[in-house]
Design a protein around this ligand. Sequence first.
Ligand code: GLN
Length: 304
Amino acid sequence: MIDYQKVLSEITTDCALSVQKGVVATYIPELANVDIDKLGIHLIDSDKNTYSSGDATETFSVQSISKVLTLAQAFGMLGADIWKRVGVEPSGDPFNHLSLLEQENGIPRNPLINAGALVVADILVSQLKNPKQDFLNFVRTLTGDHTINFDHAVANSEERTGFRNYATAYLLKSFGNLENDVTTVLDFYFHQCAIAMSCKQLTQAFYPFMNQGKCLQNRTHLTQQQTKRINSIMLTCGFYDEAGEFAFEVGLPGKSGVGGGIVALLPGKYCVATWAPGLNAKGNSKLGMEVLEKLTTKTGQSIF
Ligand code: GLN
């Protein structure tokens, strides 16, 4: 039996000493204030045992990790029709690039780059009665924790400075792949990204993805097929132009956010989340990737 607690403690002790921590995201001004020395990890296994080390219960901005959760909600509502508006291929480009979108006539490569997430946000704005509140409730129900909330300061900060996202949304609109007003879709998108969660809460929210669609409370939120499809998208697209590197180093499906969080899972075995705010050049948490590489190497467990 693997002693996960021992492994997590060893890894955080090791990684906390690292001097190369990357840089905190500054293009969303509110994120620039986050303490770069934060480091947390939380793991929940299929028997619901939990293991933690470092700042695992402190909340941070989930940012692009939310794209998996909006995808899950939209996929649940629309089924396979969702793939008429967004693809499932890795982009090999940074998360906020526009050139492929222009070349490929407004159909984003996948739902985890910004363009694809904006299409998913548009679908939810069309489908939900009170989009922001209904999505927040979906996340709360998945997690089994009703204290989860938006960080409005972060949402407002991005609303003022997210010019690339405005450009992306207008380009989608020009191709007819956005039903609602650009500002309405962006307001939803900036709020989904600004949800604040801890590593512990993230592992709860992602539990269904490692448990064939069933959450911690044993309710079914996704079909087995849907979790298979979403996990495959996480593996191939979750880290943008670093998806290959993450698969190579870590060997798990996962998703990162510019708040410094990463969630990853080993289907049927465990779900893990890390938080280290310093990012590498690709916008993924530098220490988070190192922590997860050590986890799968030390335990000898990965999907490969
Ligand atoms: N809200 C951020 C953006 O749209 C999310 C990016 C990310 O976490 N990679 O730029």
